[in-house]
Design a protein around this ligand. Structure first.
Ligand SMILES: [Zn+2]
Ligand SMILES: [Zn+2]
Length: 238
């Protein structure tokens, strides 16, 4: 059996050699040098980015008191910089080169960062990925946030519901817009399909990256309106 397994592995390695997402060298998804550079950014406030360590009864990454008036996000965790060598490559290849295996790699990185920083997520929560507009998902063939959410949910033992939150409006990418346009672009873009499952639940919103935060904020707004208790926001990178 051993011989068979290693022959099979060798065969797969020949067909699909792993290249470091950071520097491109052959051998592993991350070579030792690039892995050492992957920093786990500590939990911070969703709005002002101030670091928020855990305190009595208050989780790490809790939106800080002055920012609570401006946000419906209860707490936030996004452990990687999108500028980090490798992270950007993994996310980009997942979305635009359809390398769906990257979702499990990114979820694994997220899982280790969650454990490293002692971020406590309730098993009674629901993980809800940020949806794509139907037509866009059809073109891409999948929703990357959903793939990452399922991989993380499986590892953490937290249920994932990708059918609860819908993207009901086609919107322009936030990064392509001017500041004023960004604020109105996503208004009314999300809807909750199953209010019953959301009521009094803690929802963990998941996306691959956080850019301006408007997407997560708008999704949080409709989930809160549907009766959700608390909204966490978790992204791989920002
Ligand atoms: Zn490398
Ligand atoms: Zn703040």
């Amino acid at each position: 059996m051993q011989g068979f397994a290693s022959t099979k592995q060798l065969f797969l390695d020949l067909l699909f050699p792993a290249f470091c997402a950071g520097c491109g060298s052959e051998g592993a998804v991350f070579c030792d040098a690039c892995r050492a550079l992957l920093l786990f950014i500590p939990p911070s406030c969703f709005v002002c980015k101030k670091l928020v360590p855990p305190a009595d009864g208050v989780p790490a990454g809790r939106t800080c008191a002055p920012c609570r008036k401006k946000s419906r996000i209860y707490a936030f965790f996004s452990p990687f910089s999108y500028d980090a060598a490798g992270v950007r490559t993994l996310v980009h290849d997942l979305k635009y080169r359809r390398m769906q295996g990257n979702a499990a790699i990114l979820a694994g990185m997220l899982y280790r960062a969650i454990a490293y920083h002692g971020v406590v997520l309730s098993r009674h929560a629901l993980i809800v990925p940020i949806p794509l507009y139907k037509a866009r998902e059809r073109v891409r063939g999948f929703n990357q946030a959903r793939l990452i959410a399922h991989a993380l949910g499986t590892r953490m033992g937290i249920p994932v519901r990708a059918d609860i939150l819908l993207k009901t409006k086609k919107t322009a990418p936030q990064m392509a817009l001017r500041r004023e346009e960004r604020l109105t672009n996503l208004v009314g873009a999300f809807a909750v399909s199953d209010t019953e499952s959301v009521r009094n639940r803690t929802i963990i919103l998941m996306d691959d990256i956080k850019t301006t935060g408007t997407t997560l904020e708008e999704a949080a707004k409709v989930l809160k309106a549907a009766g959700a208790k608390r909204i966490w926001a978790i992204t791989v990178a920002h």
